[in-house]
Write a protein that binds this ligand. Structure first.
Ligand code: UDP
Ligand code: MG
Length: 329
């Protein structure tokens, strides 16, 4: 029997593309078998869908599959962890349900991983979406520059969850039980030899993206507070700099009064000092709060997700004694 490939697919309200996805998934499994001799199964994770889409997958998926339904929407990052906990293949591929991640790229990544025994992960990097220097792109560049400052590992820009990994990489990911999950950072943190390939995501085939700009910004903050102390250091340094300037300015006023007897009109300088320092204090308090909140979430140590139900295909249930799927922890 060939090696096993588990394909993890987290989905949230993807009813519109569910049926088509099942057809595309069947093709992918057939290709992986034909080209690489892999025995492919799917782990679908329903991340709290409310559109009744899960039933469509149950009806239309073929071959070996498991459907893990979570008790509510926990976010894609946690859904992926749930999937990993229910997968035990020799290789694990992560894929979106909205058909933006094409079979072609997936097979290309699998081929590369299989070809090099030293490799433990191949991931897809979006080719520049917007060639122009848009504000969003500029912000993203700044984000990756800052988060990677002074780290021993690099979090690559424009890489998402479209990846294939070996079972030992998957085991490493399972060990990382961060509550506020920032997968891109976790993949980088885990180490191993990784390779990137470029791809252009296909258009979404239906439904809408779950990412608003507001969500993206919140997510970036989570990334920062779980992977970097740079923001704290930057603000502290800036605060120290401002304090030093204030001190020098005070010294200058004092000397002026002593030697020339000219009193400086006070109001503007006071206002500047109050506003600058007050603003800085507020910003720093907020930032510290972010880190405290992050520490608090970890300290509570709640499970990363709750499973509502688990269903398997006949093919999955029947043959052999598969070791029973792991629950969290
Ligand atoms: N998704 C999920 N839980 C969420 C948000 C998204 O499981 O809370 C799934 C979604 O159904 C899709 C994948 O994650 O299969 C990628 O989401 P989306 O297409 O919205 O992201 P984008 O491609 O726009 O970055
Ligand atoms: Mg998408």
């Amino acid at each position: 029997m060939g090696k096993r490939l588990d394909i993890l697919v987290p989905f949230l309200n993807e009813r519109e593309t569910a049926t088509e996805f099942c057809a595309v998934a069947a093709k992918l499994a057939a290709e992986a078998e034909a080209r690489f001799g892999l025995d492919t199964g799917f782990v679908l994770i329903d991340d709290g869908s409310t559109d009744g889409g899960a039933a469509l997958y149950e009806e239309h998926m073929s071959g070996r599959w498991t459907l893990v339904r979570l008790s509510r929407n926990f976010g894609k990052e946690s859904a992926i962890l749930a999937g990993l906990d229910h997968a035990d293949g020799d290789y694990v591929l992560l894929m979106d349900a909205d058909l933006q991640h094409t079979n072609e790229v997936a097979l290309d990544m699998i081929g590369r991983l299989l070809a090099d025994p030293e490799l433990d992960m191949v991931y897809a990097v979006r080719a520049d979406r917007n060639e122009s220097q848009s504000l969003g792109r500029w912000m993203a560049q700044g984000f990756y520059y800052l988060i990677n400052m002074g780290q021993r590992y690099e979090i690559p820009a424009n890489a998402g969850d479209f990846r294939v990994m070996t079972h030992r990489f998957a085991a490493a990911m399972r060990q990382l039980r961060d509550q506020r999950r920032f997968n891109k950072g976790l993949y980088a943190w885990a180490g191993f030899k990784q390779e990137r390939i470029q791809y252009r995501p296909a258009e979404r085939q239906g439904g809408a993206s779950k990412w608003s700009r507001r969500k993206l910004i919140a997510f970036s903050l989570e990334g920062f507070t779980s992977f970097s102390v740079v923001p704290l250091r930057v603000v502290s340094l800036f605060g120290a700099g401002v304090a030093l300037l204030g001190f020098l300015y005070g010294l200058k006023i004092l000397l002026e009064v002593l030697f020339t007897g000219v009193a400086v009109p006070g109001y503007p300088s006071l206002m500047v000092a109050v506003l600058v320092l007050g603003g800085l204090n507020l910003a720093l308090t907020g930032l510290v709060g972010e880190y405290v909140w992050s520490a608090l979430s970890e300290a509570k140590n709640r499970p990363n997700y709750i499973v509502k139900s688990l269903t398997h295909s006949q093919a999955e249930k029947a043959p052999g004694e598969r070791k029973s799927a792991r629950q969290h922890g």
